[in-house]
Design a protein around this ligand. Structure first.
Ligand SMILES: Nc1ncnc2c1ncn2[C@@H]1O[C@H](COP(=O)(O)OP(=O)(O)O)[C@@H](O)[C@H]1O
Ligand SMILES: [Mg+2]
Length: 368
């Protein structure tokens, strides 16, 4: 493809805030002071539940929404006061309409021709091929399905070869197979051209597969920013631990021992901690299904009753109950186990993989 025409840019957000004010309504603070440093050419996924402020954040960076407070830097330039067209940002938003009277090809080439890019048509052809949409080039927007529109929107953002690329749920309308292929191609293109990229998604698999780093967001706040491994292995709080991981982490009530080196779960026994932790304290214990180990040992292990076992070929999932503990626990076991309902098993976990949280605030409790 054509060589990159721009140098990758660093993107920096400082104390970025957005309060929506509409008449007759209480002001609503959708983004509550975001700091983010994205390296040139890095791909960051902004991951969080619906309504947490992802789109608002992206729209502020793109210049489609006013900033209530804080700053946005692209390279060395503060862009918060620049109109969208002057920010050198490529956006792929669902709400960004295509021009109905123009064909897909004309829609894609439009911005390029306005900027007198000489090989506009070739660029459109190459991007279209990479995104499996050559057959769409002659169609008009009205004749596209939602998945096709979405690929056109993605192509329009990419064809401009922007230093900064912002994509809001760019694959949500694609069917499963196509979503995987386009996702892979998007990452290849991003690597090839080095766009500094933020991709918004509520789908953790999409975030994990694409991102160099994840920004996990909730309630208008970045809860944690780190590599997928950092987020999975060292969650900053209960929200992050809960939101990232499949099957979801088990959350159980427990109480730490008088020396802070074990945590007791109901009448099922105790788990050894990488302590010392605060002593004799009510806590929430986070145990990832992948970290639980079926064992024959009895000390430092929990006694459990198997409720159901699912053989998923590559591994199995045992759902168990612990005596005197509210809720069920999902344990991932290696292939080849044959467990049956009613089996009594012992479960343990490596001490450094037993996470403790404050039951009220959800803050992570750390060993001292
Ligand atoms: N124009 C607006 N006026 C008032 N509230 C808004 C507006 N746009 C979004 N919101 C609210 O701000 C919050 C964040 O929205 P949004 O950024 O779209 O979240 P996400 O993209 O993470 O789903 C939501 O509670 C939403 O209802
Ligand atoms: Mg959104």
């Amino acid at each position: 493809m054509t060589a990159p025409t721009q140098v990758a840019q660093r993107l920096r957000l400082r104390e970025l805030r957005k309060t929506y004010r509409s008449r007759g309504r209480e002001p609503f603070e959708a983004v509550k002071g975001i700091d983010l440093d994205i390296e040139p050419g890095e791909l960051v996924a902004l991951l969080g539940p619906s309504g947490c402020g992802k789109t608002t954040t992206l729209r502020m960076i793109a210049g489609l929404e006013t900033v209530t407070d804080g700053s946005i830097m692209i390279g060395d330039r503060s862009v918060g006061d620049l109109p969208p067209g002057k920010r050198q940002v490529g956006v792929g938003f669902e709400s960004y309409a295509l021009y109905p009277p123009l064909s897909v090809r004309e829609n894609l080439a439009y911005g390029l021709k306005a900027r007198r890019v000489r090989d506009a048509n070739q660029r459109v052809d190459r991007i279209a091929e990479r995104l499996e949409m050559t057959d769409l080039l002659g169609l008009r927007p009205a004749n596209l399905s939602s998945g096709q529109k979405q690929r056109v929107a993605l192509a329009r953002a990419l064809v401009r070869n922007p230093p900064v690329l912002l994509l809001d749920e760019p694959l949500s309308h694609l069917d499963a197979g196509q979503r995987q292929r386009v996702r892979r191609e998007l990452k290849v293109l991003q690597r090839e051209f080095g766009y500094t990229t933020i991709i918004v998604t509520h789908d953790q698999l999409e975030a994990l597969s694409l991102a160099d780093r994840l920004a996990v967001m909730d309630g208008g706040i970045i809860q944690q920013f780190g590599t997928p491994d950092e987020i999975f292995d060292d969650p900053a709080n209960r929200f992050v631990a809960d939101f990232v991981g499949e099957p979801p982490i088990n959350m159980l009530d427990g109480i730490t021992s008088d020396d802070g080196r074990t945590v007791q779960l109901g009448d099922a026994g105790g788990l050894t901690l990488a302590g010392p932790f605060p002593t004799a304290r009510q806590v929430q214990v986070g145990l990832r299904p992948q970290d639980c180990v079926l064992t024959t040992q009895t000390t430092g292990a929990l006694s459990a009753t198997v409720l159901v076992y699912e053989n998923l070929l590559e591994y199995g999932l045992a759902t168990v109950r612990l005596a005197g503990v509210e809720g069920r626990v999902v344990v991932q076991v290696a292939a080849g186990h044959s467990l049956t309902s009613g089996d009594i098993v012992s479960i343990t976990a490596p001490p450094e993989r037993v996470y403790l949280f404050d039951p009220v605030t959800g803050d992570r409790l750390r060993a001292s």
